[in-house]
Design a protein around this ligand. Structure first.
Ligand code: HSE
Length: 393
């Protein structure tokens, strides 16, 4: 028998319960174990439900219960999730979590404790929902030096951008629907300001480099400043606007950012719409490869958590290494990185347009019919030079 405790019966936690119940016979076939949810930690009571008899409100009842083999953390946030997970690992329990904020902030430390206690700390569901990106990077691509990872890593923002693009829907309406569908974080700011994507690209970068990538050092822009006219320009240019989390790996350095990007129609991530996520990985031997699937939502995310439970059941006597050690990874300051920029200006004054064009290196102008404004697409420039030039316009 393999006893599970679920911390937090929200969208993902209740999904884990459902997947274990629904696929119980299959899980037994795969692991040779009866997978049983023995305890659920939540502040609420859920009277009259099948969960009622399993509920506890004090984490000690789980940590001190010798019969609990695996703790599933689906509470979200970093505190008390960190303390609960740390204590579970210290007590010799395996842990799986869907919580990217926890993994990005404390992954290095929690993996170290798991190694020392010879248990497993797995977090497949923390990035890409139902897409198996963590195992792909650490097992399938174990023989690669990674060159770049580019991802549409947030289902909520991708859903919003798709609705704004395809249906001209307002940002607010699309966000409300994403929240109703259970994609969004409790605080939508984490999605729409790019923080969720930032944590996910930090986790993938840590796995790619084997070092601790501090998410706070990754330049992060969200999608709240994008309006319908930006989409008109994007269409005119045969592009679509997507929120990218990107990390390049060069000479032991990481160049990473989170920002909305105009994606050309022949780019593989152009086709990734709605709540779906897509992740492109470039390795030195592999070349390019893309993973695609449900990036958020109750059951896809719960499915990844349950896959971790299966992996734990198969590795219950020892720690599986992710190769993510304690050393710190250098992340290059965004100011020193180079990109092309899309920038809009009010008016159509010819002298002003010429002046702008000469200030930005190799800039090309773009006009929309009937609009008293124009846009430039700059050549490749350093962020600091771009910002300095914009400031003087
Ligand atoms: N809020 C996240 C998203 C959930 O929309 O992608 C999955 O991590």
């Amino acid at each position: 028998m393999f006893n599970i405790a679920i911390l937090g019966l929200g969208t993902v936690g209740s999904g884990v319960y459902e997947v274990i119940k629904e696929n119980n016979a299959l899980l037994k076939e795969k692991t040779g174990e009866d997978i049983i949810v023995k305890r659920i930690l939540d502040l609420r009571e859920f009277p009259g439900t099948e969960w009622e008899s399993l509920l506890v409100h004090d984490i000690k009842e789980i940590i001190e219960d010798k019969d609990i083999d695996v703790v599933v953390e689906t509470m979200g946030g970093t505190s008390p999730a960190f303390e609960f997970v740390r204590d579970a690992l210290l007590a010799g329990k395996h842990v799986t979590t869907s919580n990217k904020a926890l993994v990005a902030a404390h992954g290095t430390e929690l993996l170290k404790i798991a190694r020392e206690r010879n248990v497993n700390f797995f977090f497949e569901a923390s990035v890409g929902g139902g897409i198996p990106i963590i195992r792909t990077l650490t097992e399938s691509y174990a023989g690669e030096h990674f060159k770049e990872i580019t991802g549409i890593l947030n289902g909520t923002t991708n859903y919003i951008l798709t609705k704004m693009d395809a249906e001209g829907e307002s940002f607010e309406k699309a966000l409300a629907t994403a929240q109703d569908l259970g994609y969004a974080e409790r605080n939508p700011e984490a999605d729409v300001e790019g923080h969720d994507t930032c944590r996910k690209i930090a986790i993938l970068s840590s796995l790619a480099t084997g070092k601790k990538v501090n998410f706070e050092e990754i330049h992060t822009e969200g999608i709240t400043k994008i309006d319908t006219v930006d989409f008109e320009y994007a269409k005119h240019l045969n592009t679509s606007i997507k929120l990218f989390g990107d990390a390049k790996f060069e000479n032991d350095k990481v160049f990473a950012f989170v920002a909305p990007v105009m994606v050309e129609s022949d780019h593989p991530l152009f086709m990734v719409n709605d709540v779906f996520n897509g992740i492109m990985v470039e390795g030195n031997m592999l070349g390019k490869s893309m993973l695609y699937g449900s990036g958020a939502g109750k059951l896809p995310t719960a499915s990844a958590v349950v896959a971790d439970i299966v992996a734990i059941a198969k590795n219950k006597d020892g720690n599986v290494s992710f190769g993510w050690g304690d050393k710190k990874q250098e992340v290059v300051d965004m100011q020193e990185t180079s990109h092309r920029y899309f920038v809009r200006f009010m008016g159509r004054d010819g002298d002003f347009i010429e002046k702008c064009k000469t200030s930005f290196r190799d800039a090309k102008e773009v006009y929309l019919d009937g609009k008293d404004e124009f846009a430039l697409i700059t050549g490749v420039m350093k962020e600091k030079d771009f910002l300095a030039t914009v400031k003087h316009k």
